[in-house]
Design a protein around this ligand. Sequence first.
Ligand code: NDP
Ligand code: AOF
Length: 350
Amino acid sequence: MQPSRTLAAMRLSLELARRGTRGANPLVGAVIIDPDGTILATGYHRGAGTPHAEADALNRLGSIDPVAARAATMLVTLEPCNHTGRTGPCSRAIIDAGIGNVIFAVADGGAVAGGGAETLRAAGVNVEQGLLEDQAAELNHRWFAARAAGRPFTTLHLAQTLDGRIAAKDGTSQWITSPRSLLHAHEVRARVGAIVVGTGTVMADDPRLNARDEHGEPFASQPRRIVMGQRDIPGDAALKADGNWEQVRTRDPHEVLARIASRDIGHVLIEGGASVATAFLAADLVDEIFLYQAPIFLGSGRGSVGELGIDTLASARHFRLDAVDGDAVRILGPDTLTHLEPMPTGTGTP
Ligand SMILES: NC(=O)C1=CN([C@@H]2O[C@H](COP(=O)(O)OP(=O)(O)OC[C@H]3O[C@@H](n4cnc5c(N)ncnc54)[C@H](OP(=O)(O)O)[C@@H]3O)[C@@H](O)[C@H]2O)C=CC1
Ligand SMILES: Nc1c(N[C@@H]2O[C@H](COP(=O)(O)O)[C@@H](O)[C@H]2O)[nH]c(=O)[nH]c1=O
């Protein structure tokens, strides 16, 4: 097979991977081509609990004669998994489909999911690794870092004014952002396994912290509500409504993430307020940000982020636009939504 064909197909796999959502699972794309480079099927992973990219592509491929399958090549951005999670092992699905060749970009390396390449080789599949490896590793750089640290992937929610305020001087904050922004924020709530707020937000807002649709009806999937901080919260706090909540009596974000990981939750939304957002940012524990910005000024009030221990511009923390799951910058009614991720380590300033 001409290298330009496999390269083009792997580029497409990377593009497809970006259609997924960040979270408990990595972004993965897959393309199946014939020996001429003609695309037979494509797939990508849409998020935890949905089919993996390889399975998605194989489903779309449908039935194919064994000779054609043997001659076909699957290009996938991550090593096919080897374990049965919420879906079956991809290595087995590829073998069962009779695909003769697999090229993957980056090794999985995880104790649980890794080892797919060996299983494929043992079954007689030709396996190559390393095509566009750097790009594939960078696509999921924070996911790999989170997994290496044994902590959940984190998404930070910031809903602020043009001058970076999340509440007015008198503590009022509902609502800064528009219904369109709120709906997006609730869709993100529905996507995560847990949502973290500080005791300050519970005292100020008595939030419900469930995930609701545009009619105010709860989504099928609801996050566990986690309160961080040392003070007691009121016995009748709204977030206690269904018992799916807990308080972690600490100000240390690492401890909070360890507790959440112990519950087997792989994706957490940090909803605030300012002290909590600051603590996660200062500890470099924010893997992506959804920044909702309303076209209003307050001039005073609670800033969205506090002291990060940065004294000079050269030490600024850099994020970059993240065009995953849609455009990096979106218009939501009167607001803008900016999707951001930390710059990869070692790449310097943009
Ligand atoms: N626009 C928006 O998106 C949002 C706005 N808000 C607004 O923000 C305001 C609340 O902000 P804020 O008071 O900062 O609230 P937080 O929710 O961040 O809670 C602060 C409290 O949490 C505890 N805490 C836990 N971890 C830490 C830590 N690492 N560092 C310091 N304190 C910690 C402390 O209380 P303890 O003594 O108990 O340990 C602290 O007083 C409200 O007005 C709310 O409406 C809140 C969320 C989102
Ligand atoms: N004010 C503000 C937000 N505030 C967040 O929403 C919480 C209230 O949640 P609930 O009780 O479930 O509706 C509140 O405590 C805070 O965490 N969010 C936004 O997207 N935009 C806003 O303007």
